[in-house]
Design a protein around this ligand. Structure first.
Ligand SMILES: [Zn+2]
Length: 72
C-alpha cells in the first residue's frame, strides 16, 4: 500500500476581516461623534452595545443604559 502523502507547510492564507471600528463613528458636519468609549480603557476602546447596556470587551466594564437611551 502506498503511503498517503500529507502535505505539510503553510496553510492557505485567508484574508482577515477588516476592522469595523470605523462604523462606530458618525460624522455630523465637521464633528465626529462617537459611540461610547470605555471610561477605564479610555478613548479608542468602544463599548459594545448589548441588551440595554454597554460592555467593554477589553476590561469587562459594563454600563447600564439610562432609560432615555433605551427609548431610542
Ligand atoms: Zn474597558
Amino acid at each position: 500500500m502506498p503511503k498517503k502523502i500529507v502535505k505539510k507547510g503553510k496553510k492557505p492564507h485567508k484574508n482577515k476581516k477588516t476592522s469595523k471600528k470605523y462604523t462606530k463613528y458618525k460624522i455630523e458636519g465637521d464633528k465626529v461623534t462617537r459611540s461610547r468609549f470605555c471610561p477605564r480603557c479610555g478613548p479608542g476602546v468602544f463599548l459594545m452595545d448589548s441588551q440595554g447596556r454597554f460592555y467593554c470587551g477589553k476590561c469587562h466594564y459594563s454600563e447600564f443604559k439610562s432609560k432615555e437611551e433605551m427609548k431610542k
